[in-house]
Design a protein around this ligand. Structure first.
Ligand code: ADP
Ligand code: MG
Ligand code: MG
Length: 207
């Protein structure tokens, strides 16, 4: 699926895409939060860019761990510690590896979900990034186990994540700032579910 070079390419694309989607993500957060999700993530991934030149000499686990630590220390806001935890857990999982396969990626999504659930004390259906992450993980796992086709599995994962975004429009936020809106959060998509889908799309396109 990916060696160190490929992982760096994917990270590069995520940095560029977060920057490009910064205003859109922030607009989404303006409606149900405090209007900083895009700015927060762009600040974090800009900081990741400054350590990118150290990645070539690292294994995949060390790269992901370094990204997680950067995100935790620079993002601020709920998404920083949550995405930071996801990358750090992924880094611990892939410690020492210079190649990763689809099973590693599926496991990586699982430890990320577990880490975010524990840290944010959230479950599925609370209008958060988890509502894109959990269906994406489940779809990728089911598809890959069915026929071992990585590309097909990633396509299924992106489709499930996009459906997850749509699902967040239909539910009330019960975690994070959007929960202050109660019923008024219905009809609007969750910024975090949207940013996760952006990251997964980078994997789908390049892995
Ligand atoms: P803040 O809300 O602190 O301004 P951001 O705007 O960067 O932080 O991130 C908001 C996103 O974080 C939400 O759209 C949601 O997906 C996610 N989020 C917030 N709280 C939680 C939580 N407890 N568990 C999981 N995800 C959460
Ligand atoms: Mg916000
Ligand atoms: Mg904020």
């Amino acid at each position: 699926m990916a060696d160190v070079k490929k992982v760096i390419e994917i990270i590069d694309k995520i940095i560029a895409d977060v920057d490009e989607q910064k205003l859109f993500l922030t607009e989404l957060d303006n409606v149900i939060g405090d209007g900083d999700h895009g700015i927060n993530l762009a600040r974090g991934f800009d900081a990741v860019k400054t350590i990118e030149d150290t990645f070539e000499s690292k294994d995949i686990g060390a790269i992901l761990k370094a990204i997680g630590m950067k995100l935790v220390s620079t993002v601020g806001g709920a998404s920083g510690p949550l995405y930071g935890t996801a990358f750090m857990k992924s880094g611990a999982l892939l410690n020492g590896k210079t190649e990763m396969d689809m099973n590693d990626f599926i496991e990586m999504l699982q430890v990320s979900i577990d880490g975010i659930m524990k840290r944010g004390k959230a479950v599925k259906g609370e209008k958060t990034m988890l509502d894109a992450m959990i269906p994406a993980h489940d779809a990728i796992k089911a598809s890959y186990e069915a026929d071992g086709d990585a590309k097909k599995a990633l396509d299924a994962g992106v489709k499930a994540a996009e459906e997850g975004i749509e699902y967040t429009k239909t539910i009330i936020a019960t975690k994070g700032r959007a929960s202050y809106l109660g019923e008024r959060s219905i009809g609007h998509q969750d910024p975090g579910a949207t940013s996760f889908t952006l990251m997964l799309k980078a994997v789908q396109e390049l892995a």
